[in-house]
Design a protein around this ligand. Structure first.
Ligand code: NDP
Length: 450
């Protein structure tokens, strides 16, 4: 980069580049802003990264695929949804990132998730590039046969762009083991190959032990490291968790194991408050409710005699808040409520659940906050381990994988500490952004201007 370009380089410049290109992509622009806020000052201090076009390439996906997904419902009606796969950055390895099925899905959301995934995957230390995909299909209320037909039709197009060496999708909101199974079955049928093209598979056909638990467990392993810095532990702490899907369920399970008192979980209708604490037995009931019966969290309140309220849970007094549902679920006002009620730690299980203003409010109030790209990286880390096991055609034990997960989360925590120290405290967002950037940028520089 010339001296002129370097002087001109600023957060505003990168933000307006992205804005001019995609003015409507608010989530993507938000994610770029959050990362570049830390990366640009770092680049200004490090000559090695002052390369013409490096940051511009970093904010533009290598490839985006959008396609029609026609499928037939149980009444014989033909329906059409839109499918996406954004292959953002392959500097470190094959594109890797989940598929989301939710009516809110659009290109901005998939691009923000794929961009974040690039830095998250870098932090894991594994050879994984960044990608994400999905559809605006709404799985709520659909029969098993409809889900299968939809997944098959989705794969009928997606199979052209994925393989165990180019792009390896996994699950996300609305895509769990069942959907991964249907997608995998169709890929196998279309290609006549049995390979590790997807992760999050069932244990019977190449899945990894601990993959299902990995994001939630990893979140708690990361939180444990955050608390160690302050010589604190989870024992007896009041914890609230949003969501009641995959990440929330296993975050709750590990929090209970570590001695916390989990008092709230939620879904898109509202939240429950159980002052007696969610026990392992009650959590088992929640898993059956959500995973087998497609039920609503409000039913918990009736079953266990506690309160259910519509809206978000952030007004509840707690020591620890773990947002595990969706993006932008903690806005500035919610952060204010949490701070007022004494929250000490916020660790993201979901991707970008806190808005920029919420993150700033936590930082100013001295709340210890961890961004999802660091604290929820356990899921993709074990996906990476699943790819290794598939490539070697072997299967590691539960304890082996769990141990590796703990190690990876500790290493990510250390990277955040190494790069995020600021005024005697750790800025986890800064640490994660810079550590994630360095590895991707080094690989991009080494591979030339492509
Ligand atoms: P699930 O589909 O299993 O669960 C999602 C949960 O969030 C459900 O309880 C759902 O409620 C709730 N939810 C979804 N949308 C909204 C909304 N707009 N408002 C309020 N609640 C909502 O998804 P996961 O648990 O897999 O994913 C949750 C988050 O974690 C996502 O941000 C995802 O990107 C992130 N993540 C997931 C990983 C994984 O391994 N699965 C890895 C890393 C991050 P309802 O049932 O009512 O829809």
């Amino acid at each position: 980069m010339s001296d002129y370009e370097l002087k001109e380089m600023s957060l505003e410049k990168i933000s307006s580049l992205v804005k001019n290109r995609d003015p409507d992509q608010t989530e993507f622009r938000q994610a770029v802003h959050e990362v570049m806020e830390h990366v640009i000052p770092f680049v200004k201090d490090h000559k090695r990264y002052q390369r013409s076009g490096l940051l511009e390439r970093l904010v533009e996906p290598e490839r985006m695929v959008m396609f029609r997904v026609p499928w037939e419902d149980d009444e014989g009606n033909y329906r059409v949804n839109r499918g996406f796969r954004v292959q953002f950055n392959s500097a470190l390895g094959p594109y890797k990132g989940g598929l989301r099925f939710h009516p809110s899905v659009n290109l901005s959301i998939i691009k923000f998730l794929a961009f974040e995934q690039t830095f998250k995957n870098s932090l894991t230390g594994l050879p994984l590039g960044g990608g994400k995909g999905g559809s605006d299909f709404n799985p709520r209320g659909k029969s098993d046969a409809e889900i299968m037909r939809f997944c098959q039709s989705f794969m009928n197009e997606l199979f052209r762009y994925v393989s165990s060496d180019t792009d390896v999708p996994a699950g996300d909101i609305g895509v769990g083991e069942r959907e991964v199974g249907y997608l995998f079955g169709q890929y196998k049928r279309l290609t006549a190959e049995f390979t590790g093209v997807l992760t999050g598979k069932g244990l019977a056909y190449g899945g990894s032990k601990v993959r299902m638990q990995a994001t939630g467990f990893g979140l708690l392993y990361f939180l444990r490291e955050m608390m160690k810095q302050k010589e604190e532990s989870l024992e007896g702490k009041r914890v609230i968790i949003s969501g009641s899907g995959n990440v929330a369920q296993f975050a709750c399970q590990k929090a209970i194991n570590l001695g916390a008192n989990v008092i709230s979980m939620s879904d898109s209708d509202g939240y429950i408050v159980d002052e007696n604490g969610i026990t392992e037995k009650k959590l088992k009931w929640i898993k059956e409710l959500k995973n087998d019966r497609n039920g609503r969290i409000s039913e918990y309140a009736k079953e266990f005699g506690c309160e259910f309220s519509e809206g978000k849970p952030w007004g509840i007094t707690c020591d620890v808040a773990l947002p595990c549902a969706t993006q932008n679920e903690i806005e500035e006002d919610d952060a204010g409520e949490l701070v007022k009620n004494g929250v000490s730690y916020v660790a993201e299980g979901a991707n970008m659940p806190c808005t920029d203003a919420a993150v700033k409010a936590f930082y100013e109030a001295g709340v210890v906050y961890a961004p999802g790209k660091a604290s929820n990286a356990g899921g993709v880390a074990v996906s990476g381990l699943e790819m290794t096991q598939n490539a070697k055609r072997l299967s590691w034990s539960y304890d082996d994988v769990d141990e590796k997960l703990v190690e990876i989360m500790q290493t990510i925590h250390k990277k955040c500490t190494d790069h995020g120290m600021e005024d005697g405290r750790i800025n986890y967002m800064k640490g994660a952004n810079i550590a994630g950037f360095i590895k991707v940028a080094d690989a991009m520089i080494a591979q030339g201007h492509v």
